[in-house]
Design a protein around this ligand. Structure first.
Ligand code: DGY
Length: 323
């Protein structure tokens, strides 16, 4: 039965309030199992649709996009990162792509600090000791970690999230260094030290926080050569995209002790992560939960819907188009 409303495919289960608004305003095609569609399944599910609400990890590559129905006019991703959507292929088919900037900045910056502190203060080893009944009591030398207050933090990628990480780190009196495509104005830089060449920043990083998007230029940017430029005992934090890090190199440096620890929320090829991470204790690992608060996930969904509604219901430009 057709409702006369534009038809929108939701590739995943989205928060209840988001799906309710989707169903109220569109002929919604929901994913019954919340399972990631592969390309052919996504194309099949999208038949007859005008829009797609997708999420990080969905295979909206050139091949999938080429197979989407002619009716399809907009892909609204429920994420700020959109490396899973081949934007050039979409443009060739005159399909618009939108994302959800701003609304996940704070939640993701919070998780970056959690990763930084969790790695520095050996949170994984502490909770494991407790939960495996191996805590024999407080001792003067137990689980001594790395001091955070007053240390130097280098931020690769000083966009909205990088700046929010810096703001939080300032509460720990950390000295902020950053590298970014361009230097920030003084009111946003707030005394942070700018490095035009990110390689020059590395020797100044007791902590390195990766907040840059995944692009051809950042793919495996954190490699063995660059890790060697960090001071011995540095800590690497990644809450951006796993592909920015060369896992082999990072794991080798964590094993050798060149790096004291790492705090990681995102993985190359997730959810299948490099097996080497399971064998080391000095990696504080989270399953890509940077934006996972009720408030943030609702806000992301509503932003994706704002874009779908503007374009499909009101014939306006989507406010967060990325092309
Ligand atoms: C994003 O929005 O890019 C986050 O990584 C969640 O997918």
């Amino acid at each position: 039965m057709t409702t006369g409303k534009p038809r929108v495919l939701a590739t995943r289960h989205f928060p209840p309030d988001v799906e309710a608004r989707l169903a109220a305003n569109f002929d919604a095609v929901l994913n019954p199992e919340d399972r990631l569609y592969d390309g052919p399944a996504l194309i099949k599910a999208a038949q007859g649709c005008d829009g797609i609400m997708c999420a990080a990890g969905d295979p909206l590559n050139a091949e999938t996009i080429a197979g989407l129905p002619v009716s399809l006019r907009i892909i609204a991703t429920f994420s700020v990162g959109y490396e899973h959507v081949d934007v050039a292929a979409a443009a060739k088919r005159s399909i618009l792509v939108s994302n959800t900037p701003d609304v996940l900045t704070d939640a993701t910056a919070d998780i970056a600090l959690l990763c930084l502190l969790g790695a520095a203060r050996r949170a994984h080893e502490g909770t494991t000791m407790l939960r495996t009944h191996n805590w024999v009591g407080w001792t003067p030398t137990q689980l001594m970690g790395v001091h955070v207050t007053g240390k130097r933090l280098g931020i690769l990628g000083m966009g909205r999230i990088g700046q929010a990480v810096a703001d939080r780190a300032r509460a720990f009196r950390m000295q902020i260094h950053y590298s970014n495509r361009s230097r920030l104005p003084a009111d946003l830089e707030k005394g942070a030290v700018f490095h035009a060449n990110p390689d020059d920043m590395l020797p100044h990083c007791d902590f390195l926080s990766i907040n840059a998007p995944m692009t051809a230029a950042t793919r495996k940017w954190v490699n063995a050569e660059r890790i060697a430029k960090l001071p011995k005992g540095a800590i690497v934090v990644n809450t951006a995209r796993g592909g920015v890090v060369d896992d082999e190199a990072l794991i080798a440096a964590l094993k050798s002790g060149w790096l004291a620890a790492a705090g990681i929320d995102v993985f190359d090829g997730e959810p299948k992560i490099h097996q080497g991470y399971y064998g080391i204790e000095n990696a504080f690992l989270l399953p890509h939960m940077g934006s996972a608060t009720v408030e943030t996930r609702n806000a992301m969904g509503f932003k994706a819907l704002d874009n779908l509604e503007a374009f499909l219901l009101r014939k306006q430009a989507p406010p967060d188009a990325v092309q």
